[in-house]
Design a protein around this ligand. Structure first.
Ligand code: NAD
Ligand code: DAU
Length: 357
């Protein structure tokens, strides 16, 4: 079996679903603290004999050590994080707590478990993997004509979020270099797809458009992001788990650089087709420019040639088709959206965990 952290969040939930649909029969232990971004509805329908959900914090070293000793996973994949740049600007404490201190405690629990494994065999120090899910934002921001981020680029994080992720990546590197822990790190570009919490650009714009609210564009809207459909990211993580070399880092990107304004216009175009407005106007008329994000990174672009060469991974979903799939998912999953908008998705946590919620 494998142990996943943060598997009730956007990418973690998509990963758990992809992993369990692979048909190998391997079980998943899913440890998630269920912060505002964690949603049990993202995984509630999964077969409970294959998906074991544990409400817990990666920073709880004893809990993590107990789970590792009890379930003896062949790998730990860390998706758990505070992930939203704007929140990190308003209040960085939780980002340091989870993405740095929490990760340190997780690494220590994993190192203790890993040290207890035999030298060789099916489950051994040799076969075990710790996979850290990280971001392209650790590399900073690119000028328009600069080449895409390669794994050899220096870290130049610009936001509290990216600084906390960069610190985490350094810890992972050091735990490999000093203790020999077999780690693999992936640094990925902007994901989009089903189950993404509507604080991030694409789901926020879709839901605001449908609600007749303004669609906020920060600054001039000319910032560039590289977009990757979440299932493609999850497939890259699977390949990194199975074929990645311990101690290595793999950049993962969609080769889909788009300006924010282009993304939002494309999304409005899809909505105009799939859910035309009664008054015949376009959703694009709801676009409005708002105050820029402080320290806003101008451009990200990712060179994924190493992942292609060493992992045999390539993205399969195009941006236009992926965007349409994503929007169709939000349109078809009104209950999921309503659960978030009313806060009902958090009721389960309160009912099940009472004062710990
Ligand atoms: P998310 O915010 O949707 O989900 C994060 C999950 O982690 C939530 O379920 C939350 O409850 C859980 N969590 C938070 N703190 C925890 C803790 N202390 N212990 C246990 N669980 C905790 O984030 P996401 O977009 O799914 O991102 C997942 C990972 O991928 C993050 O590490 C993020 O940095 C990275 N990443 C995200 C993107 C993207 O575009 N979303 C791109 C590249 C990398
Ligand atoms: O690059 C990978 C990163 O992508 C991940 O590590 C982060 O976890 C993830 O949140 C994402 O970070 P961004 O800051 O790029 O994503 P976000 O969706 O918040 O914003 C995308 C772009 O859109 C960014 O340039 C800011 C802009 N934006 C965002 C929002 C929410 C707007 O113009 N308006 C908005 O309302």
């Amino acid at each position: 079996m494998i142990l996943v952290t943060g598997g009730a969040g956007f990418i973690g939930a998509n990963f758990v679903r992809l992993f369990l649909s692979g048909g190998k029969g391997e079980e998943v232990i899913n440890v998630d603290r269920l912060t505002y971004a964690g949603n049990i509805e993202n995984v509630r329908d999964l077969d409970s004999s294959k998906h074991i959900f544990v409400h817990g914090d990666i920073g709880g070293r004893n809990l993590m050590r107990d789970l590792l000793d009890r379930y003896r996973p062949r790998a730990v994949l860390n998706f758990a994080a505070e992930s939203h740049v704007d929140r990190s600007i308003d209040s960085a404490g939780e980002f340091i707590q989870t993405n740095v201190v929490g990760l340190f405690n997780l690494l220590e629990a994993v190192r203790a478990y890993w040290s207890s494994l035999p030298d060789s065999g099916d489950l051994s120090r040799d076969t075990f993997r710790f996979l850290q899910v990280s971001t392209d934002e650790v590399y900073g921001s690119l000028a328009p004509d600069e080449p895409a981020f390669a794994e050899s680029n220096a870290f130049q994080p610009n936001s509290p979020y990216s600084a906390s992720k960069a610190a985490g990546d350094h810890l992972v590197r050091a735990w490999h270099h000093t203790y020999g822990l077999p780690t693999v790190t992936t640094n990925c570009s902007n994901n989009y797809g089903p189950y993404q919490f509507p604080e991030k650009l694409i789901p926020l714009a879709v839901l605001n458009a449908l609600a007749g609210k303004p669609i906020p564009i920060y600054g001039d809207g000319q910032q560039i992001r590289d977009w990757l459909y979440v299932e493609d990211h999850c497939r890259a993580i699977l390949r990194a788990l199975e074929a990645g070399t311990p101690g290595e880092v793999y950049n993962v990107g969609g080769d889909n650089e788009r300006r924010n304004l282009e993304v939002v216009h494309a999304l409005c175009g899809v909505l105009d087709r799939l859910r035309p407005k009664q008054d015949g106007t376009s959703y694009a008329e709801q676009i409005c420019f708002v105050k820029d994000r402080p320290g806003h990174d101008r451009r990200y672009a990712v060179d994924s040639r190493k992942a292609a060469k060493e992992l045999g991974w390539r993205p399969e979903e195009g941006f236009e088709s992926g965007l349409e799939r994503t929007i169709a998912w939000y349109l078809a999953n009104g209950d999921w959206v309503a659960g978030i908008q009313t806060g009902a998705y958090r009721e389960w946590v309160k009912t099940h965990y009472g004062e710990y919620a």
